[in-house]
Write a protein that binds this ligand. Structure first.
Ligand code: C2E
Ligand code: MG
Ligand code: MG
Length: 715
């Protein structure tokens, strides 16, 4: 069906045109208007398929009518034929400009009228069909776009559901630390309303305890653009329960590959840790008495020795062997024997202090590591108390069965520098006590008076040594593993003792710590090392550091930053070439004061390393608080790496810890290629040890650099 409008002020024309129009095709509806304004009003409600209008009309001419019509909705492309008696081009142009489609001359030729209007209607029909098709197509496209979007939305929702149900804490933050996303597991863990977390600082969610480290690690991901190696951490949830997690942090990137966020996921490994702890407990305890076993005692000895090297008080090892226990077993049987051993273990644990270690070494042999001993007399007194406690012990559940013990004692450092020496000497002393009839104790070096005299002599000798300049520094090169290049040296003290030759620090430094001489000695070390390093600096040796070992007494008694600044300026050494090595016990003695000193040293340009790491507290919390640049894994772990999986695990954990805090990690005491290889594989950056270079006089260090580019290993 087509709708045709006729506009003409003359009734005759209207009738003729209406009739002609109606004859174009069978289903044509014709509307005729005398007044063009009425036609315009009608056209706002109806959309005709063709309009035939006279040009010359009293109210408005054909051109004006067409212009007005074209503004009506849907009338922009309706064909309009203008009937004009005028031949002049000017009128036609006006009508064309206004939007007319075609012209018919008046008087109208009927045949021409019908032909033209039929063509225009056919054209209009096609136009409408095309428009309809285009609209359908657009609709179809819109529909499919909508369904694609819906599919994406569905899969994102499903993904979010999966992320929400995973038993893993997952969150993402932006550069400012604001939360972008938190999964349900995490909001439940911290008991917060999921609706309120997005856009707020993550610290509000997780609490302040971990916030500072979290921020630091997130910034690290932003600046490096790299994921961090997984690390373990403990988190306390809203319920107050502490749980262990294995956490990873990875960068989130936008389509231009820019890092816009950090995704943190923490896997709950509490159960796994418990199993691990249980296994560790089993490996370190005696199943019968639940006391520490030989392995754990050796570990504690090792730590005590490392602490004693610098500053801790002396300690003693008591070996306790029951007298005549074999008879108990023979007469009463093994199960009674076992019950008796348990009872003795319980009795001994009443004698020891919290800081001591009581262990059962096997059979009827126990040991006590007595820590923080004031003098040799304390040791003897304690041994006597142990002997008395056992002799006085009678177990009512075991027919008041009684026993005595033979006790052998070795005191560090005089009776042995390492665990094996101490155990062997304590054993010898124990056999001496047994040989004398038992129920007695025996000190390895019984002549305590002679020993006290020796200590006094040593003090006088050390004073002389300072005055006579008998101290010497040796330097041990430190290597960057991957490039096999020397990056620094550690200054190690030697004493050129008259009549004895060069002696190592283990024999005299513990005494110097005790009598305070360590202060002038270490000042001498600092001066000499800075002077040597400054000579190397002037000689143009490649920039490398000299590391100096510090004593806790220095931090307690001296203003270390002031002293270091003074000696640096006297020597003219670039402060960046100086590193100070501190042990964990130095740091722990007064964490805040030491942290202030270290920050000041850092400001000078001096770097700080934590020495013998792993033998002390080895806790993340203090490392985090300190301006430390390097940690040095203690040589005892490196030495046993190949044999003891525990030690290998500790080494790997320290390396991972160092990496997660952006600290350099150096392994000490590397003696074999195999150790070096496995350190390299674990990602350890630096190493020091006899394999790479022994401590040597300064002149030999200079000789190493004689041929400048050759930093070859010195075996
Ligand atoms: P440290 O700081 O841990 O020094 C490393 C010790 O390990 C040095 O012993 C070094 O000779 C030794 N060493 C290096 N590589 C290996 C290796 O591959 N295998 C083995 N078995 N040992 C290796 P040294 O020179 O006897 O020094 C012992 C400790 O004395 C030092 O331990 C440090 O704590 C202290 N010390 C040394 N010099 C000074 C000093 O000037 N001042 C202070 N306060 N302490 C010092
Ligand atoms: Mg050192
Ligand atoms: Mg060390």
């Amino acid at each position: 069906m087509a709708l045709v409008a006729i506009v003409d002020d003359r009734v005759t024309n209207r009738n003729i045109f209406s009739k002609l129009a109606a004859s174009i095709a069978p289903d044509i509806h014709v509307h005729a208007f005398a007044d063009p304004r009425e036609a315009l009003a009608w056209a706002t409600e109806n959309t005709p398929d063709l309009i035939i209008t006279d040009y010359k009309m009293p109210e408005m001419d054909g051109a004006e009518f067409v212009r007005a019509l074209r503004t009506a909705p849907g009338a922009a492309d309706v064909p309009v034929v203008v009937i004009t008696v005028y031949e002049e081009r000017a009128y036609r142009l006006r009508a064309l400009e206004a939007g007319a489609t075609d012209f018919l001359n008046s008087p109208v030729d009927h045949h021409e009228f019908i032909t033209r209007t039929r063509n225009l209607l056919a054209l209009r029909h096609h136009q409408k069909l095309l428009a309809q098709r285009a609209e359908n197509l657009a609709q179809e496209l819109a529909d499919s776009e909508r369904s694609r979007e819906r599919a994406i939305r569905d899969s994102i929702e499903r993904l979010a559901q999966v992320i929400d149900t995973l038993p893993v804490l997952i969150n993402a933050v932006d550069r400012e630390g604001r939360t972008l996303f938190v999964n349900a597991f995490e909001t439940e863990f911290f008991n917060v309303d999921p609706a309120n977390v997005v856009g707020r600082p993550l610290a509000e969610l997780t609490g302040q305890t971990n916030a500072e480290r979290n921020r630091m690690l997130d910034q690290l991901v932003f600046t490096t653009g790299k994921a961090l190696p997984a690390f373990e951490e403990d988190l306390v949830g809203a319920s107050g329960r502490r749980r262990s997690f294995l956490t990873t942090k990875t960068p989130l990137r936008d389509h231009t590959a820019m890092v816009t966020g950090v995704l943190t996921s923490s896997l709950d490994i509490t159960a796994h840790k418990r199993t691990e702890e249980h296994l560790r407990y089993l490996a370190h305890h005696d199943p019968l008495t639940a006391l520490p076993n030989r392995t754990l005692l050796a570990e504690r000895l090792r730590a005590a020795i490392a602490r004693a090297r610098r500053g801790d008080k002396i300690f003693a090892l008591h070996l306790i062997d029951l007298d005549g226990f074999k008879a108990v077993n023979d007469v009463h049987g093994h199960s009674v024997g076992d019950r008796f051993l348990k009872a003795v273990g319980a009795r001994l644990s009443q004698v020891v202090r919290q800081s001591d270690t009581l262990a059962r070494l096997g059979g009827d042999e126990f040991a006590i590591l007595q820590s923080e001993v004031g003098s040799n007399y304390d040791v003897a007194e304690f041994a006597a108390r142990i002997a008395d406690a056992i002799a006085a012990f009678a177990d009512p559940d075991l027919q008041h069965m009684k026993a005595t013990a033979s006790i052998g004692v070795a005191i560090h450092p005089n009776d042995g520098a390492d665990a094996e020496d101490l155990l062997r000497n304590a054993d010898l002393a124990m056999y001496k006590a047994k040989g004398e009839g038992g129920n007695a104790y025996c000190l390895f070096a019984a002549d305590m008076q002679a020993r006290a005299r020796n200590a006094l002599n040593l003090e006088a000798d050390l004073r002389d040594a300072l005055a006579r300049d008998e101290f010497v520094l040796h330097y041990q090169p430190q290597f960057e593993i991957s490039g096999n290049t020397i990056i620094g040296v550690e200054a190690l003290l030697r004493w050129n003792r008259p009549g004895l030759g060069l002696v190592g620090p283990g024999t005299f430094l513990p005494h110097a710590e005790e009598n305070g001489l360590i202060i002038p000695i270490n000042e001498w070390v600092l001066r000499r090392a800075c002077a040597d390093a400054c000579r190397w600096q002037r000689a143009g040796l490649p920039l490398f550091r000299v590391a100096i070992n510090m004593s806790p007494i220095q931090f307690r008694k001296k203003n270390v930053p002031l002293q270091v600044a003074r000696i640096l300026s006297e020597s003219g050494l670039d402060p960046r070439r100086l590193e100070l090595e501190l042990t964990e016990n130095i740091v722990m003695q007064d964490l805040d004061a030491v942290a202030t000193d270290l920050r000041e040293l850092n400001r000078l340009g001096v770097s700080i390393a934590i020495d013998d790491f792993g033998t002390g507290y080895s806790s993340l919390s203090y490392i985090k608080k300190l301006p430390v640049q390097r940690i040095k894994i203690d040589q005892s772990f490196v030495r046993n790496m190949a044999q003891d999986p525990n030690d290998a695990a500790i080494v790997r954990a320290i390396i991972a810890l160092g990496r997660s805090l952006s600290l350099d990690v150096m392994a000490e005491g590397v003696e074999t290629e195999r150790q070096l290889q496995s350190l390299k594989e674990s990602g350890c950056g630096f190493a020091q040890g006899f394999l790479l270079g022994r401590p040597m006089p300064g002149l030999e260090i200079e000789a190493l650099f004689g041929a400048p580019a050759s930093f070859a290993r010195t075996a």
